[in-house]
Design a protein around this ligand. Structure first.
Ligand code: NAD
Ligand code: WQD
Length: 340
């Protein structure tokens, strides 16, 4: 079976491509390299011994996308391609709506006319905002996210529900909590382009001396140590969930519309300070930090109830926080060696 993976050279996409190839899927990647680099393709090949087909173009180029569907018998799609920087999305709302929604719609147009099913969408726990009840299950009320980025995810989900219903297609919406870590080979990871917004890349760069000090945004939250709590999920575990979700869609041969929604997390909340301490312990390095005021738009606490994914996909996260953070340091060493 041939799976189109958009954004397949990005952080989560590249790890998922490896898992797909390891599970004998054929993979066709479309990625415009707007937030990734070409060497990742070679590294995927080094890890798996297989080379996916790669098309470097922007999914907003409808005519090029149609050519990909003409050239390959596509059986499904995992759509990672999107712009994902929360802060930037506030400054460039139209660009975010255009990239994240037009890319999605262009693929769905091809799916519609060619009668293809099996579509997996990268959504986010951001669609829950600050949920009232922990852990968060899939029935928790959705709250309109504050960020434009978050809104594109909520809108994307809605577009897919309408698409599935109207054309009787099978969709899986995967709501990731906070993905972290790198491939155990040390050859895939999150590429730090510019100053990182996210916690773990910033911790990694601080430990490496690229940043002077980590700013911890707030220590007066009502949590175990006053710092905010999130559910950090190892990226390889997350990648495996995509294969499980895809197999479930493929195995379902009914002609009914399907919209499966899963929360993908560990089920455990960790505070910012706990992450810093775990990183220091895992890698025997120091992470200098200072306490600053809260970051605008941040929520206090979010962690998943991943039981639905365990029950229906036979998937659960397996890797500890410390082990995930060890892979992050290996990735930093790889980047250091590449840059030297
Ligand atoms: P990433 O930026 O590393 O990967 C996205 C890839 O898509 C990049 O390689 C980029 O070059 C490509 N891309 C973007 N726009 C494109 C376009 N118009 N045409 C072709 N390629 C395009 O991001 P990631 O962290 O791997 O995230 C993957 C998906 O998961 C995104 O949809 C993101 O919103 C979602 N998500 C990420 C997180 C996270 O914290 N990383 C959390 C929840 C959801
Ligand atoms: C985690 C915690 C920060 C950086 C974002 C998106 C969300 C989803 C995941 C895509 C928070 C604290 C961070 C730093 C810090 N992405 N922090 N100092 O905010 O949970 O979610 O990424 O869908 O949509 O909003 O992740 O990694 O930015 O922050 O103290 O330098 O670390 O305040 O409590 P977040 P994050």
């Amino acid at each position: 079976m041939t799976i189109l993976v958009t954004g397949g050279l990005g952080y989560i996409g590249s790890h998922t491509v490896v898992e797909l190839l390891n599970n004998d899927f054929e993979v066709v990647i479309v990625d415009d390299l707007s937030n990734s680099e070409r060497f990742i393709l070679n590294n995927i090949q080094e890890i798996t011994g297989k080379k996916p087909v790669f098309y470097p173009f922007d999914l907003r180029r409808k005519e090029l996308l149609a050519q990909v569907f003409d050239a390959h018998q596509i059986d499904g799609c995992i759509n990672f391609a999107a712009s994902k920087a929360v802060g930037e999305s506030q400054l460039k709302p139209v660009d975010y709506y255009e990239n994240n929604l037009f890319s999605l719609i262009n693929i769905l147009q091809e799916f519609k006319t060619r009668e293809i099913s099996n579509f997996i969408f990268s959504s986010s726990c951001t669609v829950y905002g600050q949920a009232d009840v922990m852990p968060i299950d899939e029935n928790a009320p959705l709250k309109m996210p504050e960020s434009v980025y978050g809104k594109t995810k909520q809108m994307g989900e809605q577009i897919l529900i309408d698409f599935a219903k109207a054309y009787h297609r099978k969709i899986s919406v995967l709501r990731y909590f906070n993905p972290i870590g790198a491939h155990p080979s040390g050859k895939l990871g999150e590429l730090p382009i510019g100053v990182p917004d996210n916690l773990v890349p910033y911790v990694m760069q601080t430990a490496a001396g690229i940043r002077e000090k980590l700013s911890i945004w707030g220590d007066n939250y009502p949590t175990q140590d006053g710092t905010a709590v999130r559910d950090y999920i190892y990226v390889v575990d997350l990648a495996k969930a995509h294969v499980a979700a895809l197999k479930k869609l493929i195995e379902d041969t009914s002609a009914e519309a399907v919209v499966d929604t899963y929360n993908l997390g560990t089920g455990k909340g960790s505070s910012v300070l706990e992450v810093v301490k775990a990183f220091e312990k895992a890698n025997n390095v120091e992470v200098p930090y200072k306490i600053c005021s809260r970051r605008e738009g941040d929520i206090t606490i979010a962690y998943a109830n991943p039981e639905k994914a365990e029950r229906e996909l036979n998937w659960k996260s397996e890797t500890s926080l410390e082990e995930s953070l060890r892979t992050v340091w290996e990735w930093q060493k790889y980047l250091n060696a590449r840059n030297s």
